[in-house]
Design a protein around this ligand. Structure first.
Ligand SMILES: Nc1nc2c(ncn2[C@@H]2O[C@H](COP(=O)(O)OP(=O)(O)OP(=O)(O)O)[C@@H](O)[C@H]2O)c(=O)[nH]1
Ligand code: SF4
Ligand SMILES: [Mg+2]
Length: 407
């Protein structure tokens, strides 16, 4: 999802996925709740075929993405493919809204709804049950009682047609909002108010002309919000910047490429970390990534490594995942070490074919989605690290890095 510099990046927004049977009124619900025409509505079942995401600001929830999905109980030829995409949207959701039409009978087993809600429970994803189309002459109260009995959750009764109940949905979503959602910080407790932070940001081909890359922008913004004193330099200006400061900076954050140089030139009082390690902690499970990085030493000729990208971006010539990391690993263990690259939905369910999984930086994705991949790896006891941590480990600098886990 391309956004302007003014937008909150998609990965930092609250992802609200809307799920339910075909024709249950999911698209109408999103349109009515957001007050916008996000999705096409039709009486034909199976109208929404691909997940549709809409970035929107909703007070007091803040920056959200609503994702409309293809419904369950679709008998069409493409139902399997559609359900896989719906499942992927489920993995990304911070909160799930389960829409059930009031037209459903109270003794309907709601099989798919219950199955998906169990999946959400396992992931600790809050589910808000919504009974829609309550303007129709149906026994919504009996259906609500049945859902409560089955799930322990009290559904909110709404009508997209009249707008009834939408305020209750908003209140319920605020209550369901994961407690730590806004509290997560990129720099954690490494710095606080009035600390000086020096950012070393070599401007290479990753950054389009006139722009900064997203992790740099997000870090600067967070440090300003924390009322830190922020100074940004390219590698060449590091020494001059340090000389201009009365005292050494509390923290230096550098691009991984310049880590060795910065490490050798920094004042000993300053903590040092890298953008990629900060983001590994912000977006994933740094502890597991760091432990799994040790697996790199246990690889050998013939080992199998999976590079898992989240999206299908156009690869750069010096692509970290496709070029740099495979080159570093093969230099160590020879050409017989095999590297498989998968993107997006191709992430394999069975990881037993691989000795190590290396996850991308997930710049376009939210924490929930990355954690769902880490969870899958942990359940199979598959070591999983990420680009930033793997590079820091391979270049021997991981042990010298300050991380938000240190405190
Ligand atoms: N009376 C009434 N009809 C509704 C309401 N919400 C949706 N509908 C109707 O139900 C039908 C299906 O609505 P959609 O919003 O397209 O349902 P959906 O769940 O997105 O359907 P798929 O994308 O096909 O899975 C349409 O004919 C809507 O007009 C409502 O609150 N009241
Ligand atoms: S780091 Fe991952 S999400 Fe970001 S562009 Fe690369 S593959 Fe896509
Ligand atoms: Mg729809």
């Amino acid at each position: 999802m391309a956004g302007s510099l003014q937008d909150t990046p998609s990965g930092a927004r609250l992802h609200i996925g809307v799920f339910g049977a075909v024709n249950s009124g999911k698209s109408s619900f999103i349109n009515a709740f957001t007050g916008q025409q996000v999705s096409i509505v039709a009486s034909e079942p199976g109208t929404t075929t691909d997940p549709v995401g809409k970035a929107i600001e909703i007070s007091p929830l803040g920056a959200c993405v609503f994702t409309d999905t293809a419904g369950f109980y679709d008998n069409g030829a493409l139902a399997g493919v559609r359900m896989e995409k719906t499942q992927l949207a489920a993995e990304k959701s911070d909160i799930a809204v389960m829409v059930v039409s009031a037209e459903r009978e109270a003794d309907d087993p709601l099989a798919e709804e219950i199955r998906l809600s169990r999946f959400f429970r396992k992931k600790n994803t809050p589910v808000l049950w919504v009974i829609g189309k309550t303007d129709l002459p149906c026994d919504a109260a009996a259906l609500a009682a049945r859902i409560l009995e089955e799930t322990g959750e009290e559904p909110v009764l709404v009508s997209a047609m009249t707008g009834e109940g939408m305020d209750l949905v908003k209140d319920a979503l605020v209550r369901k909002m994961p407690e730590d959602f806004d509290a997560r910080q990129i720099t954690g407790s490494l710095v606080s108010k009035e600390d000086t932070v020096l950012l070393v940001m070599p401007q290479d081909i990753q950054a389009p002309k006139g722009r900064l890359i997203l992790p740099q922008v997000q870090t600067i913004r967070e440090l300003l919000d924390k009322q830190c004193i922020v100074m940004c330099v390219t590698t060449e200006q590091l020494t001059a910047a340090l000389a201009a400061l009365k005292e050494p900076p509390k923290l230096i954050v550098t691009d991984s490429q310049a880590f060795r140089f910065v490490y050798e030139h920094k004042p000993k009082e300053s903590m040092l970390t890298s953008f990629s390690v900060l983001f590994a902690a912000y977006k994933g499970d740094l502890d597991y990534y760091m432990k799994s990085a040790g697996q790199i030493d246990r690889l050998g000729p013939g080992s199998r490594v999976l590079i898992a990208e989240c999206c299908t971006h156009a690869p750069l010539t010096e692509d970290i995942g496709r070029v740099k990391i495979p080159r570093m690993l093969k230099k160590r263990y020879g050409e017989s070490l095999s590297v498989t690259v998968v993107s997006g939905t191709d992430f394999p369910k069975d990881l037993s074919d691989y000795d190590l999984v290396i996850q991308c930086g997930a710049c376009m994705f939210n924490r929930k989605y990355v954690l769902s991949r880490i969870q899958a790896a942990k359940m199979q006891q598959a070591p999983m690290t990420n680009y930033g941590v793997a590079i820091a480990y391979l270049t021997g600098i991981l042990s010298q890095i300050s991380t938000p886990l240190d405190k």
